[in-house]
Design a protein around this ligand. Structure first.
Ligand SMILES: [Zn+2]
Length: 258
């Protein structure tokens, strides 16, 4: 029972005659419905500044930010297993409709619990530069709302679908507190569904690269062990987008690499 309520209860017990006291309604505290470990992680993820930066200095290290768009999908969980087994963090630009279709939001919650960065990729994946400003706002806000409801996380980065952006989109993202994250390495994994090809292209990352991938394709997730092996062998550290810059990127501003 909260202290204030306890004090009130004690006070009332002393001050009110017994008859009236029996008519007081006390709302019972509901028992917890989730396990304590999950709840504790949820609380941590609700803190300001999440995801916590691991303080990599990407001006000195060879850093690469792997980014996965358009999920969560049916292969995302397998990708998360792989990333966790290698202690690799990435950034997931999720589509609101996909989050809504993910029953109970268990995949987005795991993305957050595993320490990855989560970004806004609109609600329904339209080219934002072709929409009037109020529709851009809707697209961003609906996704913001559902992700916040499920994870407690306030997203700080977004990726415009198809890279479609202009002055108006920039202004809207600034108002919504979101930095625009583009990329400088396109694996074209959405077009060429060939594991070897995706692995080869992603392995061409340079220090400071932001690599565009899509976790909704089986071939992309299949390519990841090889990508991680090759880049790790070349001395790369895998970081989230915010870690790549060493701070939360500025709202409205556009980033393509470090
Ligand atoms: Zn996309």
């Amino acid at each position: 029972m909260p202290l204030a309520l306890l004090a009130l209860a004690v006070c009332v017990t002393h001050a009110v005659p017994r008859r009236q006291h029996q008519h007081m309604k006390v709302t019972p505290i509901k028992p917890a419905t989730i396990d304590p470990v999950t709840f504790a992680k949820r609380l941590v993820s609700m803190q300001a500044g999440w995801p916590r930066s691991r303080n990599f200095d990407c001006s000195k290290l060879k850093c690469v930010a792997l980014t996965f768009d358009d999920g969560p999908g049916e292969h995302t969980w397998r990708l998360l297993d792989l990333l966790r087994s290698r202690d690799v963090r990435a950034t997931f630009f999720v589509i609101g409709q996909m989050v809504a279709a993910d029953k109970g939001g268990h995949t987005v919650r795991r993305i957050v619990d595993d320490g990855h960065e989560i970004g806004n990729h609109s609600w329904s994946h339209p080219p934002l530069a072709e929409l009037p400003p109020h529709r851009v706002k809707q697209e961003l806000r609906h996704t913001e709302h559902i992700v916040r409801q499920l994870t407690g996380v306030r997203m700080r980065v977004m990726r415009p679908p198809y890279g479609s952006t202009d002055e108006q989109v920039a202004a809207e993202t600034r108002r919504e507190g979101l930095a625009q994250i583009l990329w400088n390495l396109d694996t074209l994994d959405w077009r060429d569904r060939v594991t070897e090809t995706v692995a080869k292209r992603a392995s061409h990352a340079k220090p400071g690269s932001i690599v565009l991938l899509h976790d909704i394709h089986r071939t992309t997730v299949d390519a990841m062990p090889k990508v991680l092996d090759t880049l790790a062998r070349r001395g790369f550290t895998f970081v989230t987008v915010s870690e790549l810059y060493g701070r939360t990127p500025s709202p409205g501003k556009m980033y393509t690499e470090r």
